[in-house]
Design a protein around this ligand. Structure first.
Ligand SMILES: [Fe+2]
Ligand SMILES: [Fe+2]
Length: 205
């Protein structure tokens, strides 16, 4: 295997950095695969106490999003929104948002980034927190999308009786999203609000 000649980056040559750039591009093509592998890990390395694993929660969220007619951006965000549970328990929402941000609509990355505080609407008061903490984001164009994401796909997806699609059923969608050009303005669509499709029932908070 070819490697660079340097032991300190400051000594690298143009040829070294061209080699690294080519290898990094190749590596980036494996991102979707690595993400799916990480998700699979959540089948057994999971938070306990819930009635389902974190993988099942992810699958349930994504299955509901797909069933509601959501687009690729929403489906992948629903699938990955808790990916940081294992490595970033104190800021798992932002962890996932940073993975998704280059490849999905700004609206969707914002929703993943803020879903933690929006989710606390459902339980914050049991811990003495302000369950209305999400209200500080009322001025955001993405507020309603985040409230609906949590209501329809996140807080609702802890049901052991729900029949989710398997992880393999989402592999192609994940591959497609992470094959996009990073930060492509046509993907990011600054400020555009598509909203969460309401599917067949409507009980948004
Ligand atoms: Fe979460
Ligand atoms: Fe969640």
């Amino acid at each position: 295997m070819r490697t660079v000649g340097f032991t300190q980056m400051k000594d690298g040559t143009a040829a070294d950095y061209q080699l690294l750039q080519a290898l990094e591009r190749e590596h980036a093509r494996g991102t979707a695969h690595r993400i799916l592998r990480e998700l699979q890990r959540q089948a057994d390395e999971s938070l306990t106490g819930y009635r389902i694993t974190r993988l099942e929660h992810a699958l349930q969220s994504a299955t509901r999003a797909r069933a509601d007619g959501a687009d690729d951006d929403w489906i992948v965000c629903a699938l990955l929104h808790d990916l940081g549970d294992g490595l970033a328990p104190a800021n798992h929402d932002r962890f996932a948002a940073e993975i998704l941000r280059p490849y999905v609509r700004q609206e969707c990355a914002w929703v993943v980034e803020h879903h933690g505080v929006f989710q606390s609407f459902y339980f914050g008061h049991f811990y003495g927190w302000d369950r209305h903490a999400r209200d500080r984001y009322r001025g955001s164009p993405f507020f309603d999308s985040c409230a609906a994401f949590c209501e329809r796909w996140d807080q609702s997806s802890f049901d052991p009786a729900y029949r989710s699609e398997p992880l393999e059923a989402f592999a192609e969608t994940v591959e497609r999203v992470f094959a996009r050009t990073a930060y492509d303005p046509a993907v990011i669509r600054d400020g555009v609000v598509i909203g969460v499709p309401r599917g067949s029932c409507a009980s948004d908070t």
